[in-house]
Write a protein that binds this ligand. Structure first.
Ligand code: UFG
Length: 344
């Protein structure tokens, strides 16, 4: 029987790749998205890549006036579970507007939980973040490291994880995976879907890509005096298609296993690259110059963080496979074929 999955935020950067992975694995999807940071064109391209149709509900999960309609639509879809990716995700913005971040991210999660309960589909994969670890952990960071996010965005991820832990504790029928992403980058190998940030990109890869394509003059490297091999920050970049496969593996694991109600699992490669190493790799992949200057450190950044990625492999039989070269080549294919993203 076809496995039926709800994907919230399924038109977004990570969501579009997750949707492709699930469709290609033969699952039927109901995507719920409000297009606040995505667009209908992404959905069209997902269907084109996977050669499959998606059911779609345009709705803001955080809007209480829509809760009933969302529950009804989810119930009628008869899902076996959900992947929850919808949410606000800009760290800086979350510092400026904490109440909005808590309202949108927490309410969205709670609305989905209620809808899944009504549908009798107590299986949930949640899009969490390595940001829940905060800045005190030694890398490689394992799932048992102390939690302590340092900004409101990170705390929404942490609080949702905690809520889900309580929910699973109270009702053993719930099966939940909190997936803690490291730094998702890259694009689908077709170059048809990828990251299309609103305004000036906050993150390294989209910024580099826009410099390479000539949309921006130069990259500011935030900090050249960290205690790392070349003085710049080190992160665990993971190809978004590997990350997407990790969601499929997590869903299938939750369907299989009788045991734990909640699992927390890192999705990373287990290896770190510095900003300058990433720039050099992108330069090779794109054959473009990437002018940069060393700028002051960015508030809230840590010197180095990368995953202990062993648990995902042990539980799910999943590991990241794509190299930094592929992350750069695929980002570049997407960016050069779509210099203005989806043109929204
Ligand atoms: N960087 C630059 N210049 C830029 C952008 C980034 O030098 O223009 C550097 C950063 O200082 C950092 C590295 O590139 O060393 C990666 O920065 P990103 O913004 O791409 O990623 P972060 O590791 O800061 O952020 C990621 C996720 C967030 C999450 C955060 C928590 O994108 O959602 O991890 O650590 F909250």
């Amino acid at each position: 029987m076809t496995d039926r999955i709800v994907v919230t935020g399924g038109a977004g950067y990570i969501g579009s790749h997750v949707s492709v992975s699930l469709l290609e694995a033969g699952k039927a999807l109901l995507v719920i998205d409000d297009f606040s940071n995505s667009c209908p064109e992404a959905l069209r391209r997902i269907e084109e890549i996977a050669n499959a149709k998606i059911e779609f509900l345009k709705a803001d999960l955080a809007n209480p006036a829509l809760a009933e309609k969302i529950t009804e639509t989810v119930r009628r879809f008869r899902p076996s579970g959900a992947v929850h990716l919808a949410g606000l995700k800009a760290v800086g913005e979350s510092v400026e507007e904490p109440a909005r971040y808590y309202r949108v991210n927490l309410n969205s999660a709670l609305t989905l939980v209620a809808a899944l309960e009504a549908a009798g589909a107590k299986r949930l994969v949640f899009s969490s973040s390595a940001t829940v670890y905060g800045d005190r952990s030694q890398s490689p960071v394992s799932e048992s490291a102390a939690l302590g996010p340092t900004n409101p965005y990170g705390r929404t991820k942490f609080f949702i994880e905690e809520m889900l832990r309580d929910i699973a504790r109270a009702d053993p029928e719930w099966k939940i995976a909190n997936l803690r992403y490291f730094n998702p980058v890259g694009a689908h190998a077709s170059g048809r879907i990828g990251e299309d940030p609103n305004g000036v990109p906050n993150n390294l890869f989209p910024f580099i890509a826009q410099v390479a394509v000539g949309r921006r003059d130069k990259l500011k490297v935030f900090g050249g005096d960290y205690p790392t091999r070349d003085g710049t920050g080190v992160r665990d970049y993971i190809h978004v298609s590997d990350l997407a496969r990790g969601h499929l593996a997590a869903l299938d694991y939750l369907a299989r296993e009788k045991s734990p109600g909640v699992i927390d699992v890192n999705l990373g490669t287990g290896r770190g690259y510095s900003v300058l190493e990433a720039v050099a790799a992108f330069k090779r992949a794109s054959n473009r110059d990437i002018p940069y200057e060393i700028a002051p450190r960015r508030d809230g950044d840590v010197a180095e963080i990368y995953a202990d990625a062993a648990l995902a492999e042990r539980l799910f039989g999943w590991k990241a496979e794509k190299s930094i070269e592929e992350m750069c080549a695929d980002t570049w294919r997407w960016q050069s074929a779509n210099p203005d993203g989806y043109g929204r």
